[in-house]
Design a protein around this ligand. Structure first.
Ligand code: WQD
Length: 355
């Protein structure tokens, strides 16, 4: 009998890559997703890669009754990995109530449902943004969290505080919060990857969409930072490395290896790369010249962020395996494959209308 894991937001970017890693580690996966920032076509793509079609339940996790009804059906699950959340930093600043309501009500409903049906293991998708503006680098889990700059980031910080109180109130519920640095890249097959709705907020999808001709040019947000080339530095990590970390963290809880009822781990490579590093590497790998222009800094950006990853290395026995070249080339491969597919569908539909 396969052990069942519920993955909320499992059709999303990091969620779908984690679903693949779970299936490849012989788990049965139930995906709960409202498809607000993803597509059910992802299920077909997961099927192509793993030969397994995970069950998808389309649900708004802000609906308490619906959430409980689904958890009752799947109360034999042994754990939950919770990705479901809105994640656009800029949008969260314009629409804070939408973010607090969506991200926190969904979390509360999932935790209540788990509590009601005795599902004891919980992995939370958190973010390095909970550290705010770091006083020193690299950032370790011992760094105190600070008020993030965006409502998105603050929903992650508040969620961790909710988890802290909830796990302390229970004797048999354990959680691990995984604090991602900058996830980029795509599955090596080129069949799934990041699919941002509308204009990408993040650097990597904006670069690949510019290179493929969807965007006219990349704006580089500031080159007057106190860094080696003036552009901001981040710790980019391959999404497949992130996915592996989620499986390892879930197995840690299932095997009762966790030392406390709530643990935190930074998920990064420990290396910082600047925006210009990424652009230069992309131009080399793609053999294309990227059209970009330096503009003002973006509000809320910090000059430099990169992780101390010793705790995850030592305690989880996990470390990032893929380097910057693999991150960038997999992003580019995905963008090309996806656009090729889109153009094929467009050509087909144009032909059909002409016939
Ligand atoms: C990276 C660097 C930008 C776009 C955020 C969230 C984090 C996580 C990842 C969700 C920065 C620069 C970007 C562009 C640019 N959230 N940039 N031109 O802001 O580090 O992290 O996304 O998954 O929690 O905080 O990522 O990719 O937006 O920016 O110059 O068009 O690229 O200024 O220095 P960020 P990012």
């Amino acid at each position: 009998m396969k052990r069942k894991i519920i993955v909320t937001g499992g059709c999303g970017y990091i969620g779908s890559h984690t679903v693949i890693a779970l299936i490849q580690n012989n788990f049965e996966v139930i995906i709960l997703d409202d498809l607000s920032n993803s597509s059910k076509e992802t299920i077909e793509r997961i099927y192509k890669i793993t030969d397994v079609k995970p069950k998808l339940v389309i649900v708004d996790l802000k609906n308490d009754f619906e959430t409980k009804r689904i958890f009752e059906i799947h109360k034999d699950a042994i754990g939950v990995i919770h990705f479901a959340a809105h994640k656009a930093v800029g949008e969260s600043i314009e629409k804070p109530l939408v973010y607090y309501k969506n991200n926190l009500c969904s979390l509360l409903n999932v935790l209540e449902a788990q509590n009601q049906f005795g599902i004891k293991n919980f992995i939370f998708s958190s973010s390095a943004t909970v550290y705010g503006l770091p006083k020193k680098l690299p950032i370790t889990e011992a760094n105190k969290t600070q008020r993030p700059f965006s409502s998105y980031g603050n929903t992650k910080k508040i969620a961790e505080e909710i988890l802290d109180d909830f796990t302390k109130s229970k004797s048999d519920f354990s959680a691990i919060s995984l604090r991602y640095f900058n996830p980029i890249g795509a599955h090596e097959s080129g069949l799934i990857g990041e699919l941002p709705n509308g204009i990408p907020n993040n650097l990597m999808p904006y670069i690949t969409q510019t290179a493929i001709g969807i965007r006219e040019k990349l704006m580089v947000y500031g080159n007057d930072y106190p860094t080696r080339d003036g552009t901001a530095i981040r710790d980019y990590i391959h999404v497949e490395d992130l996915a592996q970390a989620h499986v390892i963290a879930m197995q840690r809880l299932i095997n009762n290896e966790n030392k406390t009822v709530l643990e935190f781990f930074n998920l990064g490579t420990g290396n910082g790369y600047s925006v210009l590093d990424i652009i230069n590497s992309f131009e080399k790998i793609s053999e294309t010249k990227l059209n970009y222009e330096v503009t003002d800094r973006r509000a809320g950006d910090v000059p430099e962020l990169y992780a101390e990853v010793e705790l995850a290395n030592k305690t989880l026995g996990w470390s990032a395996q893929k380097d910057l070249n693999e991150m960038i080339s997999s992003s580019w491969k995905w963008e090309q494959n996806f656009r090729k597919k889109i153009n094929k569908v467009l050509d087909f539909s144009i032909k059909k209308t002409q016939d």
